[in-house]
Design a protein around this ligand. Structure first.
Ligand code: GZL
Length: 312
């Protein structure tokens, strides 16, 4: 494990050879791929030697990777935890080895002393913004919603569902008729949307689809079109992440709204780690990143152009 001496804070970050292990969930979505690219760039900019492990969305692979990082004696560990539970033992091992752990983009249900900080958005708020957008959009008309949930047991899936329900609560005529996980992927998002359309007699009375991420929304858009319906008009499409492709869909009138999630969780994580290890400064247990609503009124083509180079 690191001694404070070998991790000096200098200017933009670290002065000497610093090794950080990163247990990444996988590459299930465009947003996830961007987070990986940005994290690797942030490490490079700081002279950090980043050991990367892709878990193919399996928690046991993440736990194995973290144990490997502990055995290597890395100076710090980043984890994007695929699900919210089951981390206590391996995090206690990291704590015993005096290796600080920072969580990226998802929270966990574990004692707070088992990690240094969590860098995430407010996922309940993201869902609420999506729900409030739909409520404003449909006013007091009836609206039957189908929901594509994120990975079962992940903090974003739990929180974004909760937030959306809060966002539509004031409009009792907006009802969630079907809700199922699409595991944050385009393929599953399309498959599940196809099953919703079939189960709803062809989908004509589905008013909106709420997807916990843009990738599932893009899959749903495909399914809606193949069913002979118009995404964005027959069925409103609202999701979260603000990846470039959702702006292409908006430009084509096929998606309506998304809530932005920055892929740069690693910047704040590395900054907090640098301070903590240089002089023991404890960061807050939660470093919150911004959430911003985008709709078709926000120059989707321009936003697409601006975002497409940022690691997606
Ligand atoms: C949310 C993050 C989610 C993204 C998805 O913080 O964990 O995981 O919204 C990704 O695109 O799969």
């Amino acid at each position: 494990a690191s001694s404070a001496a070998c991790l000096m804070l200098s200017g933009a970050g670290y002065a000497q050879d610093v090794t950080v292990g990163f247990s990444q969930i996988g590459s299930e979505s465009g947003w996830r791929a961007a987070e990986t690219t940005v994290t690797q760039q942030q490490a490079k900019d700081r002279g950090i030697d980043l050991k990367f492990a892709d878990a193919q969305q399996k928690q046991e692979n993440q736990i194995k990777a973290v144990r490997g990082f502990i055995a290597q004696g890395v100076d710090a560990i980043l984890i994007a935890p695929v699900v919210a539970t089951g981390w206590d033992d391996v995090l206690a091992e990291a704590k015993d080895a005096e290796i600080p752990v920072v969580l990226l983009d998802r929270q966990i249900d574990a004692p707070e002393d088992l990690y240094l900080t969590a860098v995430t958005s407010d996922q309940v708020y993201e869902g609420k913004v999506a729900g409030e957008w739909l409520a404003k959009e449909v006013g007091d008309k009836d609206c039957k919603v189908v929901e594509l949930q994120g990975t079962t047991g992940s903090s974003p899936a739990i929180n974004r569902k909760k937030g959306f329900e809060e966002g539509i609560a004031a409009n009792p005529k907006i009802t969630i008729a079907r809700s199922q996980t699409g595991d944050f992927t385009r393929t599953k998002g399309k498959e599940v949307m196809e099953s919703f359309i079939k189960a709803e007699g062809g989908g004509k009375d589905i008013c909106a689809v709420y997807a916990h991420n843009d990738d599932m929304a893009v899959g749903a858009i495909q399914a809606i079109k193949e069913a002979g319906l118009k995404p964005g008009t027959d069925i409103k499409v609202v999701s979260i992440d603000a990846v470039p492709d959702i702006f292409l869909a908006m430009e084509a009138g096929e998606a309506n709204a998304t809530v932005e999630l920055t892929p740069n969780m690693a910047g704040p994580a590395f900054d907090a780690l640098a301070k903590y290890i240089a002089d023991g400064t404890e960061p807050p247990k939660w470093i919150q990143t911004e959430s911003k609503l985008y709709t078709q009124a926000d120059d989707p083509k321009g936003v697409y152009e601006a975002k497409k180079g940022l690691g997606y």
